[in-house]
Design a protein around this ligand. Structure first.
Ligand SMILES: [Zn+2]
Length: 238
């Protein structure tokens, strides 16, 4: 292979490596994963609101149950006294009976309040269940996509390593003095520094060179650097 053909081969491998790097950056699964992460965040925000609401209801319920328990205790003691025979004064007995009845009424009211809270909690629990199910579904999606991403990344990395090995092998045949020019042109011209001249057409920009330029090129020695007059790339002549 001539130095020019070797440089052209290096260009081919570099272009391939650039494409692989671009594919790696723009893998669709990566943006899908980001989408799932956004959805997880949104669900978690809703879950936090629902949990807070559920917590308030639970605390209210506990408060009412504590109140019922202590009122129940008071009613039991009043009843015990009532039936113990220790109180014989009819007025005192009546007062005790009224006290027990009033406590029992209060308990019954609080029990109604508690029922109301339990009813309020039902839709909140249902919403929490549905959010938790959505969260689990998103977690599963995230895991699947993470696996797919790792697989795609590994595949590209393997291919990239092979391309680099082939590039390095062929790069050994390129004279050192060509590299500075090659690297500079590559960074200026979208990664493509060298192109073949086919007939009168540069394969880098696909424009035809003038007859005068073609004539000039034809007279140059094979080792001379020739640039496309249109795009500035190094031309590989047959
Ligand atoms: Zn050109």
């Amino acid at each position: 292979m001539s130095r020019w053909e070797s440089l052209l081969a290096v260009q081919g491998h570099d272009t391939r490596a650039d494409q692989l790097a671009h594919r790696l950056e723009t893998l669709a699964v990566r943006s899908q994963l980001a989408g799932v992460a956004d959805q997880v965040e949104a669900v978690d925000r809703k879950l936090a609101v629902v949990d807070e609401r559920r917590g308030e209801l639970s605390r209210s319920q506990v408060r009412l149950e504590d109140e019922i328990a202590s009122l129940g205790e008071r009613a039991n003691q009043a009843e015990k006294q009532l039936y113990s025979g220790s109180v014989s004064n009819p007025r005192e007995l009546q007062a005790l009976q009224d006290d027990v009845a009033s406590i029992r009424r209060r308990i019954s009211q609080i029990e109604d309040d508690e029922l109301e809270i339990m009813e309020l909690a039902e839709p909140v629990d249902a919403e929490r269940d549905s959010l938790a199910a959505e969260r689990a579904r998103l977690d599963a999606d995230g895991q699947r996509l993470t696996g797919e991403l790792a697989e795609a990344e590994a595949e590209i990395a393997t291919e990239l390593a092979a391309v680099r090995r082939e590039r390095d092998a062929v790069a050994a045949d390129v004279p050192d003095e060509l590299w500075a020019e090659y690297d500079a042109l590559r960074s200026q011209l979208g990664g493509v520094a060298v192109a073949r001249l086919v007939g009168s057409t540069c394969q880098g920009c696909h424009l035809a060179l003038s007859a005068v330029e073609l004539d000039r090129i034809r007279k140059l020695g094979v080792d001379e650097l020739v640039h496309c007059e249109e795009c500035g790339r190094l031309l590989v002549r047959d």
